[in-house]
Design a protein around this ligand. Sequence first.
Ligand SMILES: Nc1ncnc2c1ncn2[C@@H]1O[C@H](COP(=O)(O)OP(=O)(O)OP(=O)(O)O)[C@@H](O)[C@H]1O
Ligand SMILES: [Mg+2]
Length: 250
Amino acid sequence: MSMLELKNIHKKYGSNEILKGVTFSLEKGETKVIIGPSGTGKSTLLRCINQLHPPDKGEVWLDGEEITNKNININRIRQKIGFVFQDFNLFNHLTALQNVSIGLEKVKKMEKEEAKKRAMQELRRVGLENQAEQYPAELSGGQKQRVGIARALAMDPMIILFDEPTSALDPELIGEVLEVMQGLAGKVTMLCVTHEMGFARNVADEIIFMEEGYVLEAGPPMKMFKNPDHKRTGEFLGKIATLYGENKEE
Ligand SMILES: Nc1ncnc2c1ncn2[C@@H]1O[C@H](COP(=O)(O)OP(=O)(O)OP(=O)(O)O)[C@@H](O)[C@H]1O
Ligand SMILES: [Mg+2]
């Protein structure tokens, strides 16, 4: 049984057909990277997965349960799907620690002290134990994003969705976030929209190339880079490797 299974996902905004039948799955512990041109529906797909904007047609299955089913308790499901945003989405009036612990208290109904302890563990995991009492305004972009990742991890999700987690960061801060994500690979199931081709090449089990609302092609990084089935895949990968470069870990 797959951890996440998308079956023929369709989504329109008004008469604008964005997703035109997207099908793929992730096994437990897998990391998959979605790439594709701007406006192709990558963020829309992530919102269809966490049911923020449910698909018009098609099914999303999480750990053997159909979560597009109308009778499902959506709040229970959202707890199981972590989300890491491009622009962090932290509460500015809360410290790093409080940003991580608030979901544990409010959603998971954990005791304050227990939530704090758990939040501290997750901050340690992303290398921020010394920044726990700082507010977002006192953190760098890379640190803010690591708080965002700690917040997602704290909820013990079945999968974490990342929507361009490093694209709002200064180049010198990207590496620290990718390093944290790389450290999670294999331990956490991750679906990442990212243009970081070094990460895709070194960490992803599979790269999914989306274009105009479809998956044009998906495969292991080696094949996608060296021997793609479609000319468009090779052209796109070449273009973003030039635009974004490869990350420094290579
Ligand atoms: N809430 C919305 N209402 C109407 N149209 C939307 C909405 N969200 C996205 N769209 C449209 O859907 C299309 C796909 O957008 P989406 O954000 O999913 O693309 P993307 O692949 O994530 O692009 P990018 O790489 O720029 O982030 C775009 O044409 C966008 O304008
Ligand atoms: Mg997007």
